[in-house]
Design a binder for this molecule. Structure first.
Ligand code: AGP
Length: 351
């Protein structure tokens, strides 16, 4: 087992550190894939496109929908798989396309939505990590996530490769040069190296809290949801992910002295995020910003976890890495095994 973990204390930490390499692999695969053209043609010709998944895979769908709109001007509906049937099935037809996203390719909630969509004549495409899974067999065309085995129950590398794949597809749909995406692996390395000591330094102050918020906006909103899910999953604390602008519409009342609120920000959203930060700090709360180096964040946040310089869309992807590390170190600090959280299994094959 020690060998399998490659010297890391847990599979989760190993898989977090594998992200640069698997991102390189998926980008390489996408550049040479004939299936990418099929996926893009289907999207171009579709009346409506849906990205469908559960849990972490749903957060990737949400990130993908933000990139498609922001970069390619294409509106996509991200859907939690079980909600697809009651909310959207009555409205879909043969002109619509669904991309079903799943690490395992076996999640029952996703397969139920896929089966219903197929019966309605929708074009069903897939993004999956496990080749040979039911999802890959049941879709007309699918793209692999190229992550190898993901053993730890909390998904990390499969999430970032889902997001990288959506980002690549959005670039291609927009007719953009995809070469800037080749910087992602090195930027991930830098992020992991710089964030790790900063995260470890703040864990003792945050870990006594069993209740916290993780806020984002635009392309960092899905990352905030994903960070909150990771924290809940392996620390057993309650962490709510939310659009930063919604915090003042009610949850702000939770803030007391040192109450921790994480703010994930892209470079263009700093003024908006700073206003949210000030709402928290002026009530004595602890606002931890995750973003690129910025004097406005430094002047207003209690702490800043810095991300390397990158385009806004790549920056949002990078911002999830410190959140994964935070969840990991909080979990270990609490004496839990982050690889196998209680009550959960890696693949959910029940309704
Ligand atoms: C992620 O950390 C969770 N283990 C969980 O939310 C997971 O993403 C969800 O169950 C969906 O799984 P899938 O990607 O295999 O379909």
């Amino acid at each position: 087992e020690a060998v399998q973990k490659g010297g890391y204390a847990h599979f989760m930490l190993k898989e977090i550190h594998e992200q640069p390499q698997v991102a390189r692999e998926v980008l390489h695969m996408l550049a040479g894939s004939t299936e990418v053209k099929r996926v893009l043609d289907a999207i171009r010709n579709a009346r409506q496109v849906y990205f469908i998944g559960c849990g972490t895979s749903y957060h990737a769908c949400l990130a993908g929908s933000v990139y498609f709109a922001q970069l390619a001007g294409r509106a996509v509906i991200p859907v939690l798989a079980p909600q697809f049937i009651p909310q959207y099935l009555p409205a879909v037809n043969k002109q619509d396309v669904g991309i079903f996203v799943s690490q395992s390719g076996e999640t029952k909630d996703v397969l139920n939505a896929l089966q219903a969509a197929e019966a309605q004549g929708m074009t069903c495409l897939g993004l999956a990590n496990v080749i040979g899974s039911t999802l890959t067999k049941a879709t007309a065309c699918w793209l692999p996530l190229c992550c190898g085995y993901e053993i730890s129950v909390p998904a990390t590398k499969t999430f970032t490769n889902q997001v990288v794949t959506f980002l690549y597809l959005a670039y291609r749909l927009a007719g953009r040069d995809t070469r800037p995406l080749e910087d992602i692996p090195a930027l991930m390395e830098t992020t992991l190296n710089t964030a790790a000591p900063q995260i470890e330094a703040i864990v003792p102050a945050i870990n006594p809290w069993n209740d916290l918020y993780c806020l984002g906006y635009g392309a960092t909103y899905p990352m905030a949801l994903e960070g909150a899910l990771k924290l809940k999953e392996i620390t057993y604390a309650h962490c709510e992910g939310m659009l930063s602008t919604e915090f003042k519409h009610g949850p702000l009342s939770a803030v007391t002295e040192n109450y921790p609120v994480l703010f994930v920000t892209g470079p263009e959203d700093v003024p908006l995020i700073v206003s949210g930060i000030n709402e928290v700090t002026c009530r004595g709360g602890r606002a931890i910003a995750i973003g690129q180096e910025d004097s406005r964040l430094r002047a207003n946040a209690s702490e800043v976890i810095t991300l390397p310089e990158a385009s806004p869309e790549i920056s949002s992807l990078l911002s999830v890495l410190p959140l994964q590390l935070l969840a990991y170190h909080m979990s270990v600090g609490r004496g839990y095994d982050p690889d196998f959280p209680r009550n959960l299994s890696k693949t959910l094959t029940v309704d």
